[in-house]
Write a protein that binds this ligand. Sequence first.
Ligand code: MEV
Length: 438
Amino acid sequence: MGTSRLPGFYKMRIAERLRRVAEQLEVDGDELDGLGESGTLPLANADAMIENAVGVLGLPVGVGLNFVVNGEDLLIPMAVEEPSVIAAVGLAAKIARDGGGFQAEADPPRMIGQVQVSSLADPPAAKAALLREKRQILEAANALQPAMKARGGGAQDLEVRLVPVRDAENGAAEVHAIVHLLVDTQDAMGANLINTMCEGVSPLVERISGGRVRLRILSNLADQRLARATCRIPFDALADFGFSGAEVAHGIAEASRFADADPYRACTHNKGVMNGVDAVALATGNDWRAIEAGAHAWAARNGRYEPLTRWWVEDGHLLGKAELPIQVGTVGGAVKANPLVPVLLRLMGNPGAQKLAAIMAAVGLAQNMAALRALGSVGIQKGHMALHARSVAVSAGAKGSAVEEVARALIAAGEIKLHRAQEILAKLVAQKPAAEVT
Ligand code: MEV
């Protein structure tokens, strides 16, 4: 892969962009087949994936440019409906390049499976017995997934927590033993294999504990599977909108402290982080609800809701760091079911799950920086409205160069509404051959 800096990419026609990407990745154009016009989930696959399928919903897929992660240039596939997300992340990644881009890493892909045991005569004794028989339980779990074990993954450890669960009848608490199976899921997200293990070991857990097994399911609070990213950006790279680099850096750091202080702000701050993380999750066929649930539970781990990223100023530089659980896979059913996903993973250089998680942390950090940079200076609406205007122009039926023309006229009119776009387009149609504009 050459550079991820592709100046003028946004101005190209889609076919030209695809040629440029193929060139950049040094692959034949047909390796990117599935992108472009034909790129959607076949109805037959949709039918096999879910019950009662009646169609397929499209989303734009774009490329986040300018990323350098751990010294490697990367093109980032992102699926998202919000107009400003990809433009903003590319700009933030371009700014971060001046400081060497992002450093990112992720923990080994270790997920937690929970087996809940109730009706215990002596919960501490049950806990001790379960821990004593740890090896036997892990062996039983791994016997259910021998291929995973053979690949170096599988159930590796076991913990037992005693958790008081309130009784609905009288409000008193009964202490349950919650067995955690710690499972290395390799390049899989791991939900299915963990659930199979949790269900499979239940009879044994009941025998050992003397209790009654209730829920058997993974935990999406994947706090053994954290991903982290950092960046260090010289002030000079941040100057914009008539603000000095130092002013922009201090604005971002102050916005970060605001998120630290106020959960109402932290929530929106984190939404900005997840704009990037989720867009990559979608493009790579991953379960974004799991990632969302995990991220927000992690954000609240200290008893109050906190930001997933932090920014501060040091020695003429803006420093940023992100840390959050990212539970993703690059193999497995959902990844394979959509023929576009392997192509998009190819675009990113076919990362394994651990590397993908690290890249996603960097994307989240960049996305957050883009939002705070604008919010701490001129506000986001100017850039946002320009992109929104293009989308309204397209909804009105504009095509080709007419999209920009209609969008510009909408912004000049200060009213970005569909009826206004239709009026402007009607005027253009009167001036030019209809085939050129609609
Ligand atoms: C909009 O999708 C995301 C932002 O609200 C994030 C933020 O406020 O930090 C701009």
